[in-house]
Write a protein that binds this ligand. Structure first.
Ligand code: NAI
Ligand code: MG
Length: 492
């Protein structure tokens, strides 16, 4: 732009509006109350207690959900054990594969319903549940269905055995997808399962229970019990469990690791993250800006591998930040069921409070806060896309996982400097590198202490690809061939 000329900005809120494109919810079937799925049946919880799951975009209750106590956990584990010993472990592997394949097929058939329920229960944009969560969840079942009768090729030259009963605890950011990540490899490897979804998003897991029932799985092979932290803890501590798979916060991951120390239970922990997304001066800037947006604002930033720390090379920092702010202004925040929505509702009031707390911390630390000017609904839990500049390595908003649509921006001059800064963090789950130079990609990706590093893209997932972290981001891998290993023991 010439000096002195006045910049004309498009006002996205007023000048340019999309017509509403709401996905209808009249085709979905939800009960007003959900019981526990144990031994192939929905049974009332022994305490008689239920809790509510709400729609975070309007704070309306969707359904009551059973609160499982220790006795229910015990029943679920016993039913899984019985199914393991009497049916699942004795069944020919190719038969097990057929059941897993059937689950995938029914998920595809009911994809629209699953996507709408996922969006209603958790607040994520329908575009994401429809195009990412549900298809990827089905893809995991398809992929592991294929492994079921080929386990001997997974670890050539050895004899493997299934473990028995897996206890699986999942979070609220990708409820159905996380259920698929957990259940599919466990079943393929010949184990049975007790799964506990998160308390704010139990509905798609309960729908999955219906699908599992429709697929004709023998009773007890998959049990789905709902409840909060206490239910999860009862599952972790149950002596009849052979393996725990957990995805969630680092704090709870540490509690679980302590609880399992000294037991023979195997475990995998997929915990928090604070990924560096690194933009070099030779990157294609507009593509990189898209990658930054996708990295941090996908799923409202409720993503363990979110690119929440942006590192921009100093020579292009001004330009990138300007383009990024412009692009942020175009993000449509609002009704998650609208197909135009980019950023949906924050998952819960608790999570919104946590994000707001971090905004205060960032301001108090001297960070410069930019938020988009969009209007947000008055009811429900919402947060505007936010960017912080003037932050340093020691800032809490740079070091700690916020799990919301909040990006911190730092600059760097050299490759060595950015590697040092990117790794200077307790987490090590993921990262991103943007550059035109293949050699730089290899140099940086191999130096980053992170489980997954994307180059010139971000947040790409595939069932064949392993996922997991270093340091406080957890241990073990899920997905791909690696994802089978935690469900097998090597016998010779
Ligand atoms: P959380 O770790 O408490 O919840 C995850 C799951 O663990 C839920 O199913 C929960 O019921 C269960 N759980 C809670 N306490 C347990 C215990 N003592 N034993 C066994 N299971 C237990 O996560 P929360 O409180 O919902 O979110 C807090 C923060 O955790 C977020 O702000 C975010 O920073 C991080 N988080 C990270 C996730 C990730 O994918 N890495 C997912 C969810 C949260
Ligand atoms: Mg909910």
């Amino acid at each position: 732009m010439k000096k002195g000329s006045k910049e004309v900005k498009i006002k996205f809120e007023t000048d340019w509006k999309y017509a509403p494109a709401p996905e209808s919810s009249d085709h979905i079937k939800l009960k007003s109350s959900y019981d526990l799925f144990i031994n192939g049946e929905f049974v009332t919880p022994s305490s008689g207690k239920y809790f509510e799951t709400v729609n975070p975009s309007n704070e309306k209750k969707i359904a009551d959900v059973a609160d499982a106590n220790e006795k229910d956990v015990d029943n679920a584990v016993k039913s899984a054990r019985q199914a393991y010993e009497k049916v699942w472990s004795r069944m020919p592997a190719k038969e097990r594969g057929k059941y897993i394949f059937r689950i995938a097929r029914i998920m595809q058939e009911r994809a629209r319903e699953l996507a709408v329920i996922e969006t209603m229960d958790g607040g994520k944009a329908i575009r994401e549940s429809r195009d990412i969560d549900v298809p990827l969840a089905a893809a995991h079942f398809f992929y592991y269905a294929g492994w079921a009768d080929k386990i001997e090729y997974a670890v050539p030259g050895t004899k493997t055995k299934s473990l028995g009963v897996a206890g699986q605890i999942i979070p609220w950011n990708f409820p159905l997808l996380m259920a698929a990540w957990k259940i599919a490899p466990a079943l393929a490897a010949g184990n049975t399962v007790v799964l506990k979804p998160a308390e704010t998003t139990p509905l798609t897991a309960l729908k999955l229970a219906e699908i599992i029932s429709d697929a004709g799985l023998p009773p007890g092979v998959v049990n789905i019990i709902t409840g909060a932290g206490a239910t999860g803890a009862a599952l972790v501590n149950h002596p009849g469990i052979d393996k725990i798979a957990f995805t969630g916060s680092t704090d709870v991951g540490k509690i679980i690791q302590k609880a399992l120390a000294g037991t023979s239970k195997k475990y995998t922990l997929e915990l928090g993250g604070k990924a560096a997304n690194i933009i070099f001066e030779d990157a294609t800037i507009d593509q990189a800006v898209e990658g930054i947006i996708n990295g941090i604002f996908f799923n409202q930033g409720h993503v363990c591998c979110a690119g929440s720390r942006l590192f921009v090379q100093e020579s292009i920092a001004k330009k990138v930040i300007r383009k990024l702010k412009d692009r942020m202004e175009t993000l449509i925040v609002g009704d998650p069921l609208d197909k135009n929505t980019d950023v949906g509702a924050i998952n819960s009031k608790m999570q919104l409070d946590k994000i707001k707390q971090y905004i205060k911390i960032g301001m108090n630390e001297g960070g410069e806060c930019f938020q988009t000017s969009c209007s947000i609904p008055t009811k429900g839990y919402w947060h505007r896309p936010t960017l912080f500049t003037n932050v340093s390595q020691s800032s809490r908003i740079v070091q700690e996982e916020i799990f919301g649509p909040v990006l911190s921006v730092q600059t760097f001059r050299t490759v060595e400097e950015v590697i040092e800064k990117a790794n200077n963090i307790p987490y090590g789950l993921s990262g991103g590198v943007w550059t035109d130079k293949g050699s730089k990609i290899f140099r940086v990706t191999s130096a980053l202490r992170a489980g997954v590093v994307w180059a010139n893209t971000y947040n790409k997932f595939d069932p064949t690809s392993p996922f997991g972290g270093y340091k406080e981001s957890g241990m073990g891998r899920e997905g791909g061939l690696h994802g089978l290993m935690p469900y097998l023991s090597i016998e010779n």
